[in-house]
Ligand binder design. Structure first.
Ligand code: FAD
Ligand code: A2P
Length: 268
C-alpha cells in the first residue's frame, strides 16, 4: 500500500464546508457554506471568514452575511480583487472545500439600530448589497416597515445581477413571498446605458427616485435608512440623508439611519 497517496485532510480551525459557488462576473461571485450550529446572528451583521495562507496561518477578512438569520446555511457575496491576499485564493473555492469562519457576528446594519418608522431604505453600491441581501429575506424587516426601498448602483448591469435575481426570487419565496409587494427595487448603472441610470446620491437629491417610484420624498418622521458602500459613497450619501433631516444612529443609540463600510479602501 502506498501510504503517501492519501494524506489526512487538514481540518481548519472554525472550518465550514462550501456547499455552492456561483460566479456572476469576472470580479464577483457568491457562495454558500455550512452554518455552525451555535452561530446566531442578526440579519445585516458581518463575520470574519478566510483561508489558510502559505505558512498555514489564517488569512481572514470581514464579510457581511448575505443570507437571512433563519437560513440553515450561510451565503456570502464577494469581490475578486486582483492580487488581493484573500480573494485571489477565495475565488477558486469549490463545493466540498473548507473555509474558516469565526462565529462572532457584529455590525451596525441591524433593525434594532433604527427608531421605528414607516419606510426603510437600503442604499448600496457594489458588494455593499450583501447585508441587504440578508435583511431583504428576513420577515422581520417587513413586519417592522410598511415599505422597503432597495437602491443598488453599480457601474454595469452585469454587476447588478446578483441583487436583481435575488429580488426577483422573493415573490416565489415561501417565507417572504407574502411581503414581496412591500419591496421596491431601484437599481441603476453609472457607466453603461440601461433603463435606469445615475448615482444614488444624485437620484435622491434630484427627486428622480421618488418620481419614478411614485412615492413621497424622504423625511425624518417616516423614513429610516441603512447605507453600505465605499467610504466616498458613504460620506456623500450621509450628507444627502442629513439634508432630508435624518440623523445617524447606532446600536447603542437608535436614530434614523446607520452606515457601514462595504470594504476598507487603499490607505483608508
Ligand atoms: P484586501 O487587501 O482586503 O483589499 C484590497 C483592496 O481591494 C482594498 O484596499 C480595496 O481598495 C479593494 N476592495 C476590497 N474589498 C472590496 C469590495 N468588496 N469591493 C470593492 N473593492 C474592494 N467584501 C466582499 O466582497 N463582500 C462582503 O460582503 C464584504 N463585507 C465587508 C464588511 C465589512 C464590515 C468590511 C470592513 C469589509 C467587507 N468586505 C467585503 C471587504 C473584505 O473584508 C475584503 O477586503 C475583500 O474580501 C478583499 O480581500 P483581499 O484580501 O483579497 O484584499
Ligand atoms: P460612478 O461610476 O459614477 O463612479 P466603484 O465600482 O468605483 O466602487 O463604484 C460603484 C458604484 O458606486 C458606481 O456606480 C459609482 O458611480 C458609485 N459611486 C462611487 N462613488 C460614489 C459617491 N461618492 N457617491 C455616489 N455614488 C458613488
Amino acid at each position: 500500500m502506498n501510504d503517501t497517496a492519501t494524506p489526512p485532510v487538514k481540518t481548519l480551525p472554525d472550518a465550514q464546508i462550501v456547499t455552492a459557488v456561483h460566479h456572476w462576473t469576472d470580479s464577483l461571485f457568491s457562495f454558500r457554506v455550512t452554518r455552525p450550529r451555535t452561530l446566531r446572528f442578526r440579519s445585516g451583521e458581518f463575520v470574519m471568514i478566510g483561508l489558510l495562507d502559505d505558512k498555514g496561518k489564517p488569512l481572514l477578512r470581514a464579510y457581511s452575511i448575505a443570507s437571512p438569520s433563519w437560513d440553515e446555511e450561510l451565503e456570502f457575496y464577494s469581490i475578486k480583487v486582483p492580487n488581493g491576499p484573500l480573494t485571489s485564493r477565495l475565488q477558486h473555492i469549490q463545493p466540498g472545500d473548507q473555509i474558516i469562519l469565526r462565529p462572532k457576528p457584529v455590525g451596525t446594519l441591524v433593525l434594532d439600530a433604527l427608531l421605528p418608522g414607516e419606510r426603510l431604505w437600503f442604499l448600496a453600491t457594489g458588494t455593499g448589497i450583501a447585508p441587504f441581501a440578508s435583511l431583504m429575506r428576513d420577515p422581520e424587516t417587513y413586519e417592522r416597515y410598511d415599505s422597503v426601498v432597495m437602491m443598488h448602483t453599480c457601474r454595469t448591469a452585469a454587476e447588478l445581477e446578483y441583487g436583481r435575481q435575488l429580488v426577483e426570487g422573493l415573490k416565489e419565496d415561501p417565507l417572504i413571498g407574502e411581503y414581496a409587494h412591500k419591496l421596491k427595487y431601484y437599481a441603476t448603472t453609472t457607466r453603461e446605458p440601461s433603463a435606469r441610470m445615475g448615482r444614488i446620491t444624485d437620484n435622491l437629491t434630484s427627486g428622480k427616485v421618488f418620481a419614478d417610484l411614485g412615492i413621497h420624498p424622504m423625511d425624518q418622521a417616516h423614513d429610516r435608512a441603512m447605507v453600505c458602500g465605499s467610504l466616498a459613497f458613504n460620506i456623500d450619501v450621509k450628507a444627502v440623508l442629513e439634508s432630508f433631516g435624518l440623523r445617524e444612529g447606532a446600536n447603542s443609540e437608535p436614530l434614523e439611519y446607520v452606515v457601514e463600510k462595504a470594504f476598507v479602501g487603499d490607505g483608508v
